[in-house]
Design a protein around this ligand. Structure first.
Ligand code: PEP
Ligand code: MG
Length: 574
């Protein structure tokens, strides 16, 4: 019988394929006393060879989809597997202790892991402990004859089933084979959900029970439009969802015609529709979807996709390529926003009870101004190749903005003094902390622009973690409290003649768009794949009527009330 799972609609579209469980298999084993030493040694050697062959495939795939640098980690794993000292120690353990290969592998690698972990004054060497753990897992899977799932090894159409997907797991998904995914946990604005929209992979997150319900090779329908998954569907259900997918594709074709159209409301008011990107690789989708700029370049992905801190020149090339490709349309680069669910393997952060409210983003940049200055220099140098704006993430106080600006001014002056060509740069902040939203009138006097990061702003306003499906009911973009904050930010910016943008996912939310239009938001920046449908919606809305709707929404009492208000008004707004 069909089993229906309900979750959160994370990425539009419908997918039907066999399940591929991206879940760690059971790698437990028992210690055995052996007599056939040669047999165990040769079993060990075969497992090592098979692991190396597998890592070669993964490395080559990573090179194709992620680039040279990101593939380096797998080369490092191959090197560990070829280390004669470690291999010798494992073989010696088998012959001296007369233990099975699994036990010898475990004991010897454990010594390496402890040794690396003890190097507390060398973050790079400490990180190697993780590599040894990964390698051990792979070799153990071959010894035990169980398959270790890996997105890079998928070569048939599948729906991925996993407890959670990290942003780096998501970056490895190959659209050719991965037709959809479903997770147990996560929210609509968690970074893997945001990336699934960029990759146009239909997704349902936060289903609660995907990994406990779905078996390998079960047929699964992912309905990313309504946040539902059907496991082992009937033929009739497959036909029904095939039709739903066809209808969706037809609608996408219609939106496609708006690619080169201007973004105008029905009464002719222009608003900018921009795209959010993580790396220059996302630029093609930005151009394909007719974006009028980049409203958010999440620069931390440059840091996350690298084996070490990216150099000034590496960053310069990335920013320059984005600015140059956008052909003089504005590109807003946000300085590194590491922390929360975005981690750097080579920059271990302290364990914190609440990392989303901890040492992250501008807080790290101001503390580690060596890292910050390198990034600012790369940005300032790239600014002469087009229109580059810089924005600081997670600003809570004016002091933070002033401190960041002082460092920026200092680096800019140094570059000018050294004869470097620099462009005009606008300097802005993200409004994602309620304190900054409330004080937007003061910020507006000093910044060039403000961009509202609703993904975090809603989370912090409602005290509801954006990645926690258990409190997703509190993630309320239309709650009048949130709407009042947003309106205050937009009004404050306009009062000082400044530009008001939004780069949180709410900017592409089809219920929110009429309200934001009514509030006079200047720029809506969203996943590139949401741009055309938003352009289509806007062309059907009258901004005067939308402004009237805003008045009623701000006076409403609940999120649902506002949602209903917009749905009821949709026809009359046109
Ligand atoms: C936001 O918080 O709304 C935002 C755009 O930033 P991020 O999603 O990267 O936290
Ligand atoms: Mg944010």
């Amino acid at each position: 019988m069909t089993k229906v799972l309900k979750g959160i609609a994370a990425s539009d579209g419908v997918a039907i394929a066999k399940a591929y469980r991206l879940v760690d298999p059971d790698l437990s084993f028992s210690k055995r006393t052996i007599t056939d030493v040669d047999g165990e040694v040769s079993k060990m050697q075969s497992a090592m060879d098979a692991s190396k062959a597998e890592l070669e495939i993964i490395k080559n795939k990573a090179k194709e989809t992620l680039g040279e640098e990101e593939a380096e980690v797998f080369e490092a794993h191959i090197t560990i597997l070829s280390d004669p000292e470690m291999i010798g120690a494992i073989n010696k353990e088998i012959s001296d202790q007369k233990v099975n290969a699994e036990q010898a592998l475990f004991d010897v690698t454990d010594q390496y892991i402890s040794m690396f972990e003890a190097m507390t004054d060398n973050a790079y060497m400490q990180e190697r402990a993780g590599d040894v753990r990964d390698v051990r897992k792979r070799v153990m899977s071959h010894l035990l004859g169980v398959e270790l799932p890996n997105p890079a090894l998928i070569n048939r159409p599948v729906v991925i089933v996993s407890h959670d997907l990290t942003p780096s797991d998501t970056a490895q998904l190959d659209r050719k084979f991965v037709k959809g995914f479903i997770t147990d946990i996560g929210g609509r604005t968690s970074h893997s959900a945001i990336m699934s929209r960029t990759l146009e992979i239909p997704a349902v997150v936060g289903s609660g029970e995907a990994t406990t319900t779905i078996n390998e090779d079960d047929t699964v329908i992912i309905d990313g439009l309504d946040g539902v998954a059907l496991v082992s569907p009937t033929d009739a259900e497959i036909a029904e969802y095939d039709q739903k997918e066809q209808d969706y594709l037809k609608q996408k074709d219609e939106w496609e015609r708006l690619k080169t159209a201007e973004t105008l409301s029905k009464d002719g008011v222009h608003h900018t529709l921009a795209a959010n990107i993580g790396t220059p690789r996302d630029l093609q989708a930005v151009l394909d979807n007719g974006a009028e700029g980049i409203g958010l370049f999440r620069s931390e992905f440059l840091y996350m996709n690298s084996a070490e801190l990216p150099t000034e020149d590496e960053q310069f090339e990335a920013y320059k390529s984005a600015v140059a490709k956008m052909d003089n349309k504005p590109v807003v680069v946000r300085t590194m926003d590491i922390g929360g669910d975005k981690k750097l393997p080579y920059l271990p952060l302290p364990d914190e009870m609440n990392p989303f409210m901890g040492y992250r983003a501008i807080r790290i940049s101001l503390d580690r101004d060596d890292i910050f200055r390198t990034q600012l220099r790369a940005l300032i140098r790239a600014s002469s190749y087009g229109q580059l704006w810089i924005m600081f993430p997670m600003i809570a106080t004016l002091d933070e903005f002033r401190a960041a600006k002082a460092i920026y001014d200092d680096e800019r002056q140094k570059l000018i003094d050294a004869g470097t060509k620099v462009g005009e740069v606008k300097l802005g902040i993200m409004i994602e902390i309620p304190a900054a939203a409330v004080l937007a009138d003061q910020f507006a006097k000093e910044v060039d622009f403000m961009s509202i990061g609703t993904n975090d702003l809603i989370g912090y306003s409602m005290a509801a973690d954006r990645t926690n499906e258990r409190v997703s009911y509190l993630y309320q973009p239309y709650n009048p409290s949130v709407l009042r904050l947003i309106k205050h930010v937009i009004d404050s910016a306009h009062k000082e003649g400044k530009f008001a943008a939004m780069c949180g996912e709410m900017a592409g939310d089809q219920i929110a768009v009429p309200l934001l239009l009514g509030m006079g938001l200047d720029e809506f920046s969203m996943s590139a794949t949401s741009i055309l449908k938003t352009r289509s919606l806007m062309s059907r809305l009258d901004s005067q009527k939308a402004a009237k709707l805003v008045e009623r929404a701000l006076d409403a009492q609940t999120n649902d009330e506002v949602k209903q208000l917009v749905l009821d008004a949709m026809d009359s707004l046109k």
